[in-house]
Design a protein around this ligand. Structure first.
Ligand SMILES: *[C@@H]1O[C@H](CO)[C@@H](O)[C@H](O)[C@H]1NC(C)=O
Ligand SMILES: *[C@@H]1O[C@H](CO)[C@@H](O)[C@H](O)[C@H]1NC(C)=O
Ligand SMILES: *[C@@H]1O[C@H](CO)[C@@H](O)[C@H](O)[C@H]1NC(C)=O
Ligand SMILES: *[C@@H]1O[C@H](CO)[C@@H](O)[C@H](O)[C@H]1NC(C)=O
Ligand SMILES: *[C@@H]1O[C@H](CO)[C@@H](O)[C@H](O)[C@H]1NC(C)=O
Ligand SMILES: *[C@@H]1O[C@H](CO)[C@@H](O)[C@H](O)[C@H]1NC(C)=O
Ligand SMILES: *[C@@H]1O[C@H](CO)[C@@H](O)[C@H](O)[C@H]1NC(C)=O
Length: 918
């Protein structure tokens, strides 16, 4: 493909060429003064990365970087400023360069509108403004550029066009890229394009194209010479295929992520023409009918076929073997089952990439895979393959670079002295039984960059040679095995391009010994091991890029060194569940990026150091330590992002500072089991997250980990998986559904006074625990307004005199909520209040309570406890694989739904009850 396929390369070459090699030839040229002034105006409007045009001064504008002039007339004929990051407006002075034949500003940060007057540059053959930040409607005056052959406004601009009539005048156009342009309103796009006779390559991906009237679908002109057509990520339906009839030149067709429907076979039939030269077909992510693969024999030259997520089922057609040129096949996310599909596919001996992840394939690892000696990339994750993979299976795969068998029941039976014929870059074998010995054949995989052998049943220590591999590993996951023994005293430094996200995950093993200094990483997970000793080695690690550090659930002890100033990038620090002691060092306060700080379940003492510079903090958990002093005032004054504050089970004393009421995002406040005195601040009602039902509750980014696997990496435009992976690095998300939980726990303190009436404004509060204090007085009469309340514990106080206010919930919490307040009376407590008459429907009530046996206060308590144990207690069970996380959260979502439903049932029943009573 001439147009855009080699865009980058072409640009680069031509750029280098005139800069380095060819520039000499133009030294004698003297440019036209009017054009020189126009160029200076254009230059002065640039406000970013101006260094790139430092050569733009003096008289000889033909010598300036990026400019070419005509040898005889000295007019500027070409302006190429590519991928230089220039920003600012595109000044209309550029339109004074009336002799321009080529204007290429691809890959900068120009913003604002495209000047209308560019339509007057009628000598233009190439116009490329792609990959910038242009906005607004594309000026229809560009339709005057009748000499234009290459026209690119695509990629990331924010342009729109209300119609494309003007485009049809560009009769010489060969290459057109309008990707990302909003063409929602341009219903004439197809008929306008049809008029461009010599169009060769057309990119209209991500344009919001939707169905045109099926009756008036124009045939893309028979004489059309289109070779490459990209219409991916639109809303097109199957009837569009009619217009592609007779496109006998077409080699590349991309309809990924549209609304094609009906039988895949019928769609294919529409595309079949007498002479078909199609090489590259992508119909992924379209809602076709569930059916097996049709015959593709009308595309005998097919090289790439993508049918990911298109509802394909077994059996696999035998005719497929005739596609002898096929080198890339993607059938992931379908419903292929049994072993027949792989058996048939492996007859395609020129396959280089085979993607069958996320199907239901079963049976043994197919020995026929060994026939695919050109195979580069083999992805079989999330299927039901079982049996063993042995040397015979792999002996011919000398080209293999990417091997993914995650989430199958495959085991490896490879002898310890086997030397693989391949040099892998990626091995994903998570959840495949590779153990119990550490797989020795990895010794020879010196180029591994990406290794996931988590949950593979390895109970062994790391062999020495493993650390020779480690310097190239930008992603290493050996978590959830039984790896034992210490880590080496010194680890080699990482020899990895720093554009990549570098992650090492050793969590959930039996590793012990001291922590060594670690190489430069972005994330390091060592939780749930048996590491001992102090953290002092951290101070000598290459730390400045570290963003996530999890050392929770180990046997670490001693004081924290005061070296946290080095960790300027740290966002999540988890040291929970160790035996760390001593004072918290002041340098913790230098972690300006920190969002989550988990120091809970240790033996820290002294006061909390000032964290007023840590203004991104969303979570502080220092619960279950020996911290003392008064509750910090600065919390409320400085940490306005705080969502979770957990200081429970320490020795904090004094009263609750009213500044805490400034924490308007606070959803979880746990001050229980301290020595807190004074009253409950009335101003708690100012906490917006707890008092406003409509408040957009944060989906709090916390601690579970999501490594992009096949499922999450998706394609945008012309990027492929690999590029996206490289672009995004290994995206890890830290997320919980904490967003939906709201709680205040002040239990087990020495709070005095009455429960302030203002508390009842906390209508979004779900759990409220004031038990084991010295509160007295009444239960606020409006407490029934707290409509989100699912758990209320007022037990073991001195609340007195009078009825428990009748509300929808209070009676449902069961007597245990109120025990120890001897002078309370009324339902649900059996004490009758003075003046109550014996009610005739008591029996009725008990019957209903029997029905709802499960849904008692006990249930809520266990739910809350369960939540916290699950969330805080079980040493980071959330730091696990995606699928587990999903399961966990599904569980919680369901419970939430269930609570919601059961509460409605409750409310309805109670309403009925009270009607009876009235
Ligand atoms: C201009 O001159 C250079 C070298 O002197 C030559 O390569 C190039 O083809 C000429 N361009 C035109 C348009 O004549
Ligand atoms: C484009 O051409 C039309 C006539 O075909 C003319 O009216 C219009 O001014 C031209 N626009 C520009 C920007 O030259
Ligand atoms: C595209 O334009 C339409 C119509 O102006 C508008 O409704 C829509 O939101 C736009 N889409 C995007 C993604 O901007
Ligand atoms: C096809 O091209 C011919 C010749 O350029 C033109 O006359 C005709 O209008 C075009 N058809 C459509 C549907 O645009
Ligand atoms: C593979 O699974 C099938 C059933 O799905 C079972 O019959 C067979 O015994 C399994 N083979 C091995 C080696 O586990
Ligand atoms: C590998 O397994 C196949 C059966 O799946 C068997 O025929 C072959 O002999 C085995 N090769 C080795 C080296 O064990
Ligand atoms: C609780 O705090 C008071 C001062 O407010 C102090 O006298 C008492 O010793 C503290 N109790 C404990 C157990 O620390």
């Amino acid at each position: 493909m001439l147009c855009f396929g080699y865009k980058f390369l072409f640009c680069l070459v031509s750029f280098l060429c005139f800069n380095v090699l060819c520039a000499e030839s133009f030294h004698t040229n003297k440019c036209v003064e009017k054009e020189r002034r126009a160029l200076l105006k254009f230059r002065d409007a640039i406000n970013l990365n101006r260094d790139g045009i430092s050569s733009w001064k003096g008289e000889e504008c033909c010598k300036w970087e990026g400019i070419l002039c005509d040898n005889f007339t000295h007019h500027v004929t070409s302006l190429h400023l590519i991928l230089l990051g220039f920003g600012g407006k595109l000044d209309s002075s550029i339109c004074e360069l009336q002799h321009l034949t080529s204007l290429n500003l691809f890959g900068n940060q120009f913003e604002g509108k495209i000047p209308k007057c560019i339509g007057s540059l009628d000598k233009l053959i190439e116009l490329n403004l792609g990959f910038n930040y242009f906005v607004g409607v594309i000026p229809p005056s560009l339709g005057n550029l009748s000499n234009l052959q290459t026209f690119d406004l695509g990629l990331f601009n924010y342009l729109t066009a209300n119609d494309l009539e003007w485009l049809s005048h560009l009769s010489n156009l060969r290459c057109l890229d309008l990707s990302y342009v909003n063409l929602t309103l341009a219903v004439d796009w197809l008929s306008s394009i049809s008029k461009i006779r010599y169009l060769y390559e057309l990119n209209l991906n991500i344009c919001g194209l939707h169905q045109v009237n099926p009756k008036s679908i124009p045939l893309l002109n028979t004489s059309i010479s289109l070779k490459s057509l990209d219409l991916s990520y639109n809303e097109l339906q199957s009837s569009i295929l009619k217009s592609f009839r007779n496109m006998s030149q077409l080699q590349k067709l991309n309809l990924n992520s549209n609304q094609l429907s009906g039988k895949l076979s019928d769609n294919i039939q529409q595309l079949c023409t007498t002479k078909n030269d199609l090489r590259n077909l992508d119909l992924s992510n379209n809602p076709f009918k569930v059916m097996s693969l049709p015959d593709f024999s009308c595309f005998p030259f097919l090289e790439t076929l993508s049918l990911r997520n298109t509802n394909v089922v077994s059996p696999f057609p035998k005719s497929f073997v005739h596609l002898s040129s096929l080198s890339i096949l993607d059938l992931g996310f379908n419903q292929l089952n049994g072993s027949q599909p792989i058996f048939e596919i492996t007859k395609l001996v020129s396959l280089k990439t085979l993607y069958l992840s996320h199907n239901n394939l079963s049976g043994p690892f197919p020995h026929t895979i060994g026939q695919l000696s050109d195979l580069n990339e083999l992805r079989l994750s999330s299927n039901k393959l079982n049996g063993t993979i042995n040397e015979t299976h792999l002996s011919n795969l000398s080209e293999l670079k990417y091997f993914d068998v995650t989430q199958n029941s495959l085991s490896f039976n490879l002898s310890s002295n086997w030397v693989p014929p391949f040099k892998l870059e990626t091995l994903h074998a998570s959840s495949c039984p590779l153990g119990p010995k550490f797989p020795t054949w990895l010794k020879h995989q010196r180029g591994l960059a990406d290794l996931n052998i988590s949950n593979c049943g390895i109970s062994d220590s790391f062999p020495k040679w493993f650390w020779n591999l480690s310097s190239s590993l930008r992603y290493l996951n050996v978590s959830h095995n039984k790896l034992n023994g210490p880590l080496p005293k010194s680890l080699p430094s990482l020899n990895v391009n720093y554009d990549h996200f570098r992650v090492w995950d050793f969590s959930f093993n039996n590793l012990n010994g001291l922590l060594p200094p670690f190489p430069k990483l972005d994330a390091l997970f060592l939780s749930n091991n048996m590491f001992t000793g102090s953290l002092s080695s951290l101070c000598t690690s290459s730390s400045h890029s570290l963003r996530y550090l999890d050392l929770s659930c180990n046997l670490l002890e001693g004081k924290l060194s005061d070296c946290w100033k080095k960790f300027q990038s740290l966002e999540v620090l988890n040291l929970a569940n160790n035996n760390l002691s001593g004072k918290l060092p002041n340098s913790l306060g230098a972690l300006r990026q920190i969002e989550s700080l988990h120091l809970n379940n240790n033996k820290f003492s002294g006061e909390i150091p000032s964290l007023i510079l840590c203004q991104n903090l969303k979570l502080i958990d220092v619960g279950d330590n020996n911290l003392q002093g008064s509750l910090p005032m600065w919390l409320g004054h400085h940490l306005h992002q705080l969502i979770v504050l957990r200081l429970r089970a320490n020795k904090f004393q004094g009263s609750i500072p009213t500044s805490m009421c400034n924490l308007s995002l606070l959803q979880i406040l746990d001050l229980s089991q301290n020595n807190i005195t004074g009253g409950i601040p009335e101003c708690f009602s100012h906490i917006v997250a707890l008092s406003n039902l409509k408040f957009p509750r944060y989906i709090f980014h916390y601690w579970s980990v999501q490594v992009s696997d096949d499922g999450e990496v998706y394609e945008i435009g012309s990027f492929n998986d690999k590029e996206i992976l490289t672009l995004k690095g290994y995206s890890r998300e830290y997320e919980t559904n904490l967003g939906y939980w709201t709680t205040i726990d002040l239990s087990c303190n020495h709070l005095t006074g009455e429960i302030p009436e203002g508390i009842t404004k906390l209508v979004a509060l779900a759990a409220f625990n004031l038990s084991w204090n010295n509160l007295k007085g009444f239960i606020p009469s409006n407490i029934g307004h707290m409509e989100s309340l699912q758990s209320l514990d007022l037990s073991r106080n001195h609340l007195s005199e009078g009825n428990i206010p009748i509300s929808t919930q209070l009676q449902t919490f069961g007597p245990s909520s109120y025990v120890g307040n001897s002078r309370l009376c009324g339902p649900p407590i059996t004490n009758l209040c003075p003046g109550d008459v014996t009610r005739s429907h008591d029996k009725h009530v008990t019957n209903e309570e029997d029905e709802d046996k499960l849904i008692t206060f006990g249930f809520y308590v266990s739910l809350v406890i369960g939540f916290f144990i699950g969330f805080w207690g079980v040493c980071g069970t959330l730091v696990i694989k995606t699928s587990w996380r999903h399961a966990y959260f599904k569980f919680f979502n369901n419970i939430n739904d269930w609570i919601h439903v059961t509460q409605e049932v409750f409310v309805n029943r109670l309403k009925k009850r009270f009607q009876v009573e009235d």
